[in-house]
Design a protein around this ligand. Sequence first.
Ligand SMILES: [Fe+2]
Ligand SMILES: [Fe+2]
Length: 160
Amino acid sequence: MGKQGKAVVKAPIDEVVSDLLKAYADEWLAHYQYWVAAVSLKGVDADTFRPVLMKMSQHELKHAEKLAKRIIQLGGKPVLHFEKLLATSGCGYIPPPEDPTNYEQLIKDILKAEACAIKFYSEMVEKYRVTDVVTHELFEELLEDEVEDEQIWEDFLAKL
Ligand SMILES: [Fe+2]
Ligand SMILES: [Fe+2]
């Protein structure tokens, strides 16, 4: 990122990068959590949930990409070693249920991941409101998406 672009960031850049990396790892793990659930699902409702999971998994990957761009702009690097994703993440990873027809558990686990992201992103929106407007707006955009995701899964859960 250019000199002026960095100069307008009033927050410590290392701290911003570290928060962005946490989100980046969370998004990657959410991407994988939903993707692997989509490919493993079985049972009568599999055809309903599979495309939703696949689409959402792509959205989370897109989130990771946006975060990576901001990390690089600030002079940081995305997580380069796969085994470090879990340690870097804030929300962790929940594997799909052993029973590939247990939609209720699957959805509850997805809701946990979304709730964790919503909580973290709303903290980040507040934290960088004044000190790093670009990062603030990125987190705001992600927050809006996760709020929508949560609603989608809450509606599914209510219909089970
Ligand atoms: Fe996301
Ligand atoms: Fe999400």
